[in-house]
Design a binder for this molecule. Structure first.
Ligand SMILES: *[C@@H]1O[C@H](CO)[C@@H](O)[C@H](O)[C@H]1NC(C)=O
Ligand SMILES: *[C@@H]1O[C@H](CO)[C@@H](O)[C@H](O)[C@H]1NC(C)=O
Ligand SMILES: *[C@@H]1O[C@H](CO)[C@@H](O)[C@H](O)[C@H]1NC(C)=O
Ligand SMILES: *[C@@H]1O[C@H](CO)[C@@H](O)[C@H](O)[C@H]1NC(C)=O
Ligand SMILES: *[C@@H]1O[C@H](CO)[C@@H](O)[C@H](O)[C@H]1NC(C)=O
Ligand SMILES: *[C@@H]1O[C@H](CO)[C@@H](O)[C@H](O)[C@H]1NC(C)=O
Ligand SMILES: *[C@@H]1O[C@H](CO)[C@@H](O)[C@H](O)[C@H]1NC(C)=O
Ligand SMILES: *[C@@H]1O[C@H](CO)[C@@H](O)[C@H](O)[C@H]1NC(C)=O
Length: 272
């Protein structure tokens, strides 16, 4: 056989292989029940065109965003077989629909960069296995009913730029391992039941621009290391039980545009 024939055979095989991979993926999406049957029943319509989906050039799904899809609130997180979506990089399921737990299987998404489960009625904890999603850059689980500690292992997500866990029922101390998230630019922990002190390790997050920790029950004093956060634009520590003096190191935050410290038990004078 000529080289050209071999190439044609190879192309035919790879084409079939691709088609099979895409079909397995489409079937997984179909079985999930996340889209109404009038959309999924026509098998000649590609899953790439279903509402909220985007695919790569190979017809493999890279984004699912059924955030504000009116009228479809029947989908459940645990009905998806995530291990059949190897290329998914963005999963956005926001908006008063989810009432189940965060299933461990969600941690089988090797390329996930963006996870948005905000504004839901989730009933679970933050699963430990989230540590395995090391490609994550954005986590938004704001206002979603999550009730647990922050697992120490979250500190393994080294690529995180954005972490929003605000307005949940999270409690316990802030794990000092969060100081390993060196790339973090925005950190929102407000509106939970965190206690203990504001860890001085927070001073390691030198890329932070936004830090919100208000409306918790943090005690102790503000760590002076907070003065290491040179890029800070926004700092809110209001509505806690913080005490002691306001650290003079705050003066090192030359970029700070908004500072909220109200409703605490500070003493002494305001540093000039
Ligand atoms: C399925 O979709 C194809 C392509 O859009 C369309 O031509 C066909 O009429 C549809 N079949 C049904 C039963 O709706
Ligand atoms: C995932 O995308 C790659 C290309 O980046 C492609 O080769 C592969 O077939 C896709 N996987 C599936 C299951 O479609
Ligand atoms: C997700 O969908 C909503 C509603 O259609 C849209 O407003 C939002 O911009 C989308 N998000 C992304 C990341 O595409
Ligand atoms: C998900 O798909 C994998 C691979 O085909 C399979 O081994 C596994 O049993 C499936 N899980 C569920 C819950 O269907
Ligand atoms: C998450 O989704 C909601 C609803 O679409 C949107 O308002 C919010 O900005 C998203 N969060 C992130 C970090 O993109
Ligand atoms: C996460 O990774 C650890 C090892 O780093 C492994 O033992 C564990 O089974 C993984 N968990 C999941 C749910 O993938
Ligand atoms: C979190 O959700 C609330 C309520 O939907 C919203 O007001 C807020 O802007 C969201 N983001 C942050 C960072 O608080
Ligand atoms: C924080 O930074 C200090 C000094 O650079 C270092 O000794 C410490 O190990 C860091 N802590 C974490 C949790 O990364």
């Amino acid at each position: 056989m000529t080289a050209a024939t071999w190439i044609i055979i190879a192309l035919a095989f790879s084409h079939n292989f691709l088609a099979l991979a895409t079909k397995i993926e489409a079937d997984a999406l179909r079985r999930s029940g996340w889209w109404p049957s009038y959309i999924t029943s026509n098998t000649s319509v590609s899953h790439c065109t279903w509402l909220g989906n985007s695919c790569n050039d190979y017809g493999s799904v890279v984004e699912i965003n059924i955030s504000q899809q009116d009228g479809n609130c029947y989908y459940r997180l645990s009905n998806m077989n995530y291990s059949l979506l190897p290329n998914l990089s963005s999963l956005q399921l926001s908006g008063y629909c989810l009432t189940d737990i965060i299933p461990l299987q969600i941690c089988a998404l090797p390329k996930l960069r963006h996870l948005n489960l905000s504004t839901n009625y989730l009933t679970s904890e933050l699963p430990l296995c989230l540590q395995n999603l090391t490609t994550l850059e954005v986590i938004d689980i704001n206002y979603s009913g999550i009730n647990s500690l922050i697992p120490h292992e979250l500190g393994n997500l080294k690529r995180l730029l954005y972490l929003d866990l605000s307005f949940n029922y999270l409690n316990g101390m802030i794990p000092t391992t969060l100081a390993k998230l060196k790339n973090l630019v925005q950190l929102y922990l407000q509106g939970n039941s965190f206690s203990g002190s504001v860890p001085s390790e927070i001073g390691n997050l030198t890329n932070l621009a936004y830090l919100s920790m208000e409306e918790n029950t943090f005690g102790g004093s503000i760590p002076s290391k907070i003065g290491n956060l040179k890029r800070l634009i926004y700092l809110d520590l209001g509505y806690n039980s913080l005490n002691g003096m306001i650290p003079t190191t705050l003066a090192k935050l030359k970029n700070l545009a908004q500072l909220y410290l109200q409703m605490n038990y500070f003493s002494g004078s305001i540093p000039s």
